[in-house]
Every structure is written in C-alpha cells, then in structure tokens.
Design a protein around this ligand. Sequence first.
Ligand code: F6R
Length: 607
Amino acid sequence: MCGIIGYVGTKEVLPILMGGLRLLEYRGYDSAGVVVFDGKRFRVEKAPGKLQVLASRVARKPLEGTLGLGHTRWATHGGVTEANAHPHLSCDERIAIVHNGIIENYVELKKRLRRHKFRSETDTEIVAHLVEEKYSGDPRAAVLAAVRELRGAYALVIAFARHPDRLYGARLNAPLVVGLDSTESLLASDLHALLPHTRRVAPVEEGRVVELTRAGVRSFDLDGREQPLKPFEVEWSAEAAEKSGYSHFMLKEIHEQADTTAQELQGRLDRARNEVVFEDLGLDRADFRRVRRVVIAACGTSWHAGTATKYGIEEFARLPVDCALASELRYGDYPFDRHTLMLAFSQSGETADTLAAVRMAREAGAKVLAITNIRGSSIARESDAVVYMRARLEVGVAATKTYTSQMMCGLLLGMQMGRWRGMITGAHMGVLMKTALQVPGAIQRVLEDVAEIKRVAERFKKGYDFMYIGRRYNLATAYEGALKMKEISYLHAEGYGAGEMKHGPLALVDDHLTTLAIAPQGRVYEKMVSNIQQVASRKGHVVSVGTDGDALLPTMSEHVLWIPAVAEVWSPVVSVVPLQLLAYYTAVALGRDVDQPRNLAKSVTVE
Ligand code: F6R
C-alpha cells in the first residue's frame, strides 16, 4: 500500500523522487521520505504527515545527487513517526532501503540481528540490517542472500553507498515496475509514476531481484540466474495523472465516465455478427461452453461490480454465479473444479486477497479470467485470460470510473457468454448492444444537472445514518452508493437489499435515518415502491433515485435524483453516478479530504 520510487541516472534525483511521490501519494499518506547519495554518503529527509510536509523540508534543504529512493507510507508496523518513516539505513549508513509490504518473519530475524542498532519499530529496517550482514563486496549477492530469507510480501528498493552506479529491486506479492530509458533506470510501485520519464516499462516478476544501472536493467531469480524482462509500452500519457482544472481527481474521474463507458464499447460490438469481441482474451468459445458455474472473486467496490455482473451472467448465460468476497473465499472450501470459471475483478490487479483467491482457484483446476485496469499487474499475469478495462489511470482513492468500466466489461462478458452457450439469439444480442450505446449519453445527462444532488448533499451533511436500498442489478448500486458515502464523507451509510428491510433494519427508521432507495424502472420497480412505502408510512425520510418521468416516486420521497431511461441491465452503470456525486458534494461540504480519505489507500496489497 506504500508508494515507492527509485532512480539511477544522470539527472538531479530529488525533483524526480518528489514528482514520483506526488503521483504515488494516493497509495499511502501517513508519512514520506527520500534518500539521496550526495557523492560521499546517503542524506535522508523524512517527515510524518502528508507529502507536503516533506516537500517544505526539502525545499529548505535540497539534497543533491543522481541516485535516490523515495517512499510514501501507509503504516503497518510501528506508529506514524519520523523514525518509522522510510527510507531506513543499515548501521554503517551505507545501505538504504524502502519497502512496501509486510515482512512476516521479522521478529525472528530481529532476534538474530540483535547486535545491530535499530532506530525504528518497522519490519523494513530489519531488511537493511540483513543486507548489511550479507554484504561482503558484491551487492547483488547480498540482496539475493537477504531476500532468500524473507517471508511475507515485499517490494524492496535497495541502494549501496559503495556502488552508487546501481540500484536493486526485489519483489514478492507486492507490485514493482521498472522504467527503461537509454540513460536512466527507474523503479516504482505503480507504473504511472514512471510515465513522466518513460513509457517503456516492465513488471518485476514474482520472486525476482532486478539490478538497475544507467545502461539498463537485468533480472535474476533467487538462485542468481539471469531471466528475461518482459517490457511493454504504456498507452496512457502522463496527463492522466493531472486534475485538468477539476478541484479533485474524484470529480474529474466521475465526469470522465461518459467517455470511459463509451471506450468500453468502442470496437467491442460486432453489429454484423451480433457478438461482443474481446481482444486477446486468452479463452475461447470451447472454454466457455465447458463452464458449469461461475464464481466472482473481488473486494470492496470491485465486489459491487461483481454483484451487478452476477445478475447479468445469470440472466443471459443462464449459469449459476456466486459473487464472493475474496477475503472470505480464500479461507473457505469452495469446491472449484475444471468446470468452474472464476472472474477476478480488480481495478489495481494487485489486491492481496483477490490475488490469493486467483491462485487458489487455478491450483484447484479452475480457469480464471481477470477484469482489471492495469496491464502487467499481478492478477493479470497470473490469470488464464484478461479483459482490460479502458478507464485509464484512476487517482482518487474512491473508485468511480473503474467501477462503471468494470460493470460494462462484466455485463458485456455475461451477454457474450450467453451467445457462446446458445442462450441468447443474435437478434436479442442486437437489441442489447443498441441499448448499451445509450449508456454514455445517459451518464452525460446526469453529469449536466447536479442542482438537486447538491441540495441533497447540503441536507446529508447534517445527517446521522443512511440506508441505501436496492434490488437485483441495483443492489450493487445500494452497496456502492453507501460505500462511497462512508469512505469519503465519514458518515455512516449501509447498503442493503430492499426486501430485507422488514427483516430487521426497519426498526432503525426514525428522524435520524434517511433511506436512499434506488428504484429505476425495471423488473423489480414495483417491489421497490412497496419497500419505499414501508419506510414512508413509518414517517421515515426517503430520497429516491428514479427514472425520468416517474410520477409516483415524488409522492413518497422528499427528493428524487433522476436518471434517464436505460435498459434494466445497464441501469446500475447509470444509477451509481448521482450517488457518486452525492457522496462527493457531501464530503466537500464537510471539508473532507476527498482524494485521500483518512486511513485508506488506493491499492490494498496487504491482508
Ligand atoms: C473503494 C475502493 C476499494 C477497492 C478495493 C479493491 O472506493 O476503491 O473498495 O475497490 O480495495 O481494489 P481493487 O479493485 O484494486 O482490487
């Protein structure tokens, strides 16, 4: 969850490190630090708090050199203090290290290394001392020997004062990407931090150590045998990481959804054959015909996208679907077999629990298809097949455009599975495709009229508790709307199946609770109306999300947030947009840090 960057080249390194950390701050923002080799020794500057605190320190006291490491921290071991911030140094201060992950055997290693002088409470510092212990003139050999003794998850970057022409990286279960250029080499936890310097990148493979010099990068397995890197060109430009005039990344990303949902359809709808086409999928029609059931593995917002997709696959492909929380699935006894298809939903492609579920399914003989936004990510590399979203870089910690992209991909896939399995006709698919094309325009209309959403936000900011209810496809919207509200406004909100209200939560209805009912037209509209009435007749406050022109909802709701009419299957892609905006405006009204909400980080690479 921490952000890391390392550089060796010919340029002054401090601006490169600080620029990289700015792009990585969304990964963790408890504290930050940099180390630069000044020609004689390592000079470290670190500070608890946001990156800005470090930035003002280094502005007063710039560090000069062409080799350096930077880190932005999401604390796991040890409190948020200057001593615990990375980088960490060995006793002789000639080895510097930054780390993302958790060293699980750190207690045992610390005991063994007790003659070393520890300056922090972190598990990371142990690695600096371990490398020091192993060093006898050959830095690569020392890194390999140390890494062989580590258990847990790590992306490490290590520099040696005695070898200032090189840098080392090591990776196990935590992301690490190298950037390749003719005169410099870089390492970072996210590829977009490399984009201001190069678009040619290569993921570091699991269990590998990389050696970076100005001339290039070499990769080694833990036995020291050289292994090939697999570089590729990134399509995103560095501007993807700019706010482009919006006050927050989240607002920018919400507004991008008319375009990103259109991108998801671009070139994928074969109107002549009435089929959805996924480029380089990695599984074919025969694989899909073998499938007897589907299990979706995901966490958080991605799990909500999976919840909507479940209904799509069941409706169109007529296959049973379990939508499982990856953190539960991985410790359960799910009966995977070769007729099971796992769909792994993960924006980052690095979520530790989802990755563990993928490995578990594959070991048990199931096929895994990932839906992710990040090329070269762990989940993409470890799955049998991948559908890449086209959401481009998402910086706001709260997922928005990747959620709607994930649902577009999942629902399109569900429809095509229906075609492959002979469950829907070409004509039916033709109609579904036509309705899909209405989604971007419908989102655009929601984005153009936010007056009522802002009014509700003004009211919500004084609120206490919020119950978001929905059914079928829009159960996902209830879950996701509530998650957006709680994660960025810090107000208590729950997502619930509307039909479940009478089984318990109706007892909560009073003046302090607002029920937000997602009730667009569709198969369960009338059921939603009954559920709303059950709340309204107990004098509960109701805000609804409804389809333009609905005359009934305003009679039982204090506010209605309108969405244009779209086919039911696409309704969760549109109905979530007013709720993303509602969460956003409520959080802004409360003065919250929208792009970097407290205690969270963008990519959850630890358990
Ligand atoms: C919430 C959010 C998280 C992520 C979750 C899974 O806005 O973004 O709930 O959805 O941490 O992350 P990925 O999709 O990267 O696996």
